[in-house]
Design a protein around this ligand. Structure first.
Ligand code: ADP
Ligand code: ZN
Ligand code: ZN
Length: 717
């Protein structure tokens, strides 16, 4: 009889694709628990993925330590990560370390459940004996009456008495029955469309995906809150995803106001590691009813999940841009499927992928056709820029309308998705732009700090005195960014408060909160912002929106650029006239005749989306096909090319591959970048090919000399 030794398969927290086998300790750790293992010359932490007979031909080492008795994640989430690992063909250790709070990856323990309650202990006085004063008698009486007493339910003098009780060990901490969640009722009734949407979601059974489409201000958030209410009051949990941290304060406030602060928690990168771990644990232990978070909160375990909402589902921020390139929106679908619960994707401007899913009947379509508070939808006007003298980058009509809007006591918002003073510093004599030494891109001029900065790699330097090409001293800023717009507008409208919101002026959540409340309190005012202002916020006093420059989006080689442009314009437009004031939206452009602008102008997002979907179909692009990119980068362009050629050579027969093609940005942070496009008629067929191909890549001689990664369903090129 052969003596089979038992091994555990471990995903070490690292970007390595392979897993490692170690001798199984006794008792055998469960999948999903952490172990510390010998690795190279050192020690690493990893996750147990499976147990089985030791692979032949290796001498498995014992583990150092088993850290957990129980899996860190419930089974459904383990399955989600397994799916994510396979679908994105990514290293399992990095999949897990992306999904877990960083302190857990460093070996910290999960904090025990919060115990705000106490019960009487065996040492508590049975009669009034030993009690001093009425306060103590009253508190003892309260314990006898209520069993468990919450610290929160005590008045300050009672808390003092409580401390005495604790000191004398008359009471002991107890897991308290959770405070029931009772939502406040809003002061208004749901509109017919809202009611229909709430009804449909509430009455769904098991996994049910919905697209909730409604213009900004149509009351989508109200629908999420109403649906969540039913679940939360029943003791279940909901997860709300928002695309970026800047949108959290607003929705957090609404949720806390509706459900009570004790039931709501947030999870995002602005928290400290400790706060993140705590929020994670509270959600996992079922003590938080509603978790609001950014991308990575899709991996936070919930004890009793009942609903997932993905707000602004079209937003590209849901796709992770480095490491494990997952889409939180797509994983939300998979998670809801595993948990057998409804998932609601909300947007005023749904992604083409989601619209396609509606067309094919995979998603149920819910529409909110009017604005909740009967506010009027703004009209978009086009302002041709040809042959016009601009003032600080603005058409004179924009400035004129701005002046009128301010005079009428309203706010004006200028949207410009470009930080800094000018996107380039140009030589007046030879036309050379000062470019980043490490990227194929020009440096942005930041005038207030007098620095040239690269927005791609972070490189910065003071401005040169002379043109590096011809030696001329005539270097001038070209084009306009938010900093220049701010300067110009503050000169033009002295005395009017001017609030600029971009990554150079806002660094923390606190600053954002402050500027948002300033926006709400200062009327009239001018707001200048990048997409930080364009997304999701509610600005009742904004009566005019000026869209300063979206022309890059009309020319871009990125096939998603048109979709993004349509979404951005309508999202920004949605900031105007959200209350009773009608809004004006003015878009200045060099290409007023562009067909996409025509669709935006005359019709709705639906018309523009239909046009874009047709274009994609004609070009055999997603969502009509499935796409993956094999991206590679190295310091020498030759190596990148050689690797991609070899990779192409070992692809399974019948795989449709294009390339090697240079990336849209050929050089970045000193790396040359190129890619292969892999296309297939469906996601399933693409996966079949990748399953065969990716393992082969590891064996390619050049694979160790370049950095490479697979990007499934890519968002940037
Ligand atoms: P969205 O999420 O689609 O942008 P919101 O849910 O934020 O829309 O609603 C916009 C505004 O309308 C909010 O101030 C909200 O309180 C209000 N609102 C929502 N539903 C109703 C309703 N049925 N009646 C009146 N006001 C509503
Ligand atoms: Zn020059
Ligand atoms: Zn750079």
């Amino acid at each position: 009889m052969s003596n089979v030794t038992l091994c555990i398969e471990v995903a070490v927290f690292s970007p390595l694709r392979q897993t490692f086998s170690y001798l199984a300790p006794d008792p055998v750790p469960k999948p999903g628990t952490r172990v510390s293992v010998p690795f190279g010359k050192g020690k690493r932490l990893g996750i147990v993925l499976a147990t089985g007979p030791c692979p032949e031909g290796i001498t498995a080492k014992p583990v150092y330590q088993v850290l957990d008795a129980e899996p860190l994640l419930p089974e459904n989430l383990q399955k989600l990560l397994e799916f994510g690992r396979n679908y994105y063909h990514h290293a399992p250790g990095e999949v897990w370390s992306t999904a877990l709070p960083s302190l857990l990856c460093q070996g910290h323990a999960i904090p025990p459940p919060r115990q705000t309650g106490h019960i009487l202990s065996a040492m508590a006085p049975r009669t009034g004996e030993g009690l001093r004063g009425r306060r103590q008698r009253d508190l003892l009486e309260k314990f006898r009456r209520e069993g468990t007493v919450h610290e929160d339910s005590l008045l300050p003098p009672e808390r003092q008495t409580m401390r005495t009780f604790i000191k004398r060990s008359w009471v002991e901490p107890a897991e308290v029955p959770p405070v029931p969640c009772r939502a406040r009722t809003p002061a208004y009734h749901l509109g017919a469309d809202q009611q229909e949407a709430v009804g449909q979601i509430e009455s769904s059974r098991g996994f049910a995906p919905f697209l909730l489409e409604g213009v900004t201000g149509s009351g989508k958030t109200e629908v999420y809150l109403q649906v969540a209410r039913k679940f939360l009051e029943a003791g279940l949990q909901a997860l709300f995803l928002v695309p970026e941290i800047a949108l959290i304060p607003q929705i957090q406030e609404r949720c806390e106001h509706r459900f009570g602060t004790e039931h709501v928690a947030v999870y995002h990168s602005g928290l400290t590691d400790r706060e993140r771990l705590l929020a994670w644990a509270r959600a996992a232990q079922g003590q938080v009813r509603l978790l609001i978070g950014t991308r990575s909160s899709i991996f936070v375990p919930l004890a009793r999940p009942a609903l997932i909402v993905v707000d602004e589902e079209h937003d590209p921020s849901y796709k992770q841009q480095n490491g494990w390139l997952y889409s939180a929106r797509d994983l939300a679908m998979r998670r809801a499927q595993l948990e057998k619960i409804p998932v609601v994707l909300g947007s005023a401007t749904p992604s083409l992928e989601t619209l396609q899913n509606v067309r094919t009947g995979r998603f149920q379509h819910l529409q909110l056709r009017t604005r909740a508070n009967s506010a009027v939808l703004p009209k978009i006007e086009i302002l041709p820029l040809r042959r016009r003298r601009l003032e600080g980058g603005l058409h004179p009509t924009l400035i004129q309308t701005c002046a009128e809007t301010l005079e009428a006591g309203n706010q004006v918002l200028f949207f410009l998705n470009r930080r800094g003073y000018a996107p380039a510093l140009l030589c007046h004599d030879c036309g050379t732009a000062i470019s980043c030494p490490r990227c194929s891109s020009s440096l942005t001029w930041h005038q207030s700090v007098r620095r040239l900065r690269c927005h791609h790699c972070g490189h910065e330097n003071p401005p040169p005195r002379h043109c590096p090409d011809c030696g001329s001293p005539g270097l001038l800023p070209a084009g306009a960014g938010t900093e220049q717009l701010e300067e110009h507008l503050s000169l033009r409208f002295p005395g009017i408060p001017l609030l600029r919101v971009d990554r150079d002026t806002i660094h923390t959540q606190r600053q954002l909160r402050d500027v948002l409340s300033a926006i709400h309190s200062q009327v009239p005012a001018i707001l200048v912002g990048t997409q930080m202002l364009g997304k999701g916020h509610h600005f009742p006093a904004v009566a005019m929106v000026g869209i300063v420059n979206v022309d890059q989006g009309l020319y871009s080689a990125d096939f998603r650029a048109g979709e993004r442009l349509a979404q951005t314009v309508l999202q920004v437009a949605g900031r105007a006239g959200r209350d009773s004031r009608p809004g004006r939206v003015i878009l200045q452009t060099h290409v007023p005749g562009h067909p996409l602008l025509g669709h935006l102008l005359q019709g709705t997002y639906g018309d523009a989306a239909r046009h874009l979907l047709e274009e994609r179909e004609a070009a055999c692009l997603p969502p009509h096909t499935a796409l993956a990119l094999l991206r590679a980068e190295a310091h020498q362009a030759g190596k990148v090319h050689a690797f991609l050629e070899q990779a192409r050579g070992c692809a399974p027969q019948g795989t449709a591959i294009q390339g090697p093609l240079p990336s849209l940005m050929e050089r970045r942070a000193g790396f040359h970048r190129a890619q292969l496009w892999i296309e297939a008629p469906s996601r399933a067929m693409l996966q079949t090919q990748l399953d065969i191909w990716i393992p082969r890549l590891q064996a390619i001689p050049m694979a160790r000399q370049v950095r490479w990664i697979l990007d499934v369903d890519p968002h940037s090129f």
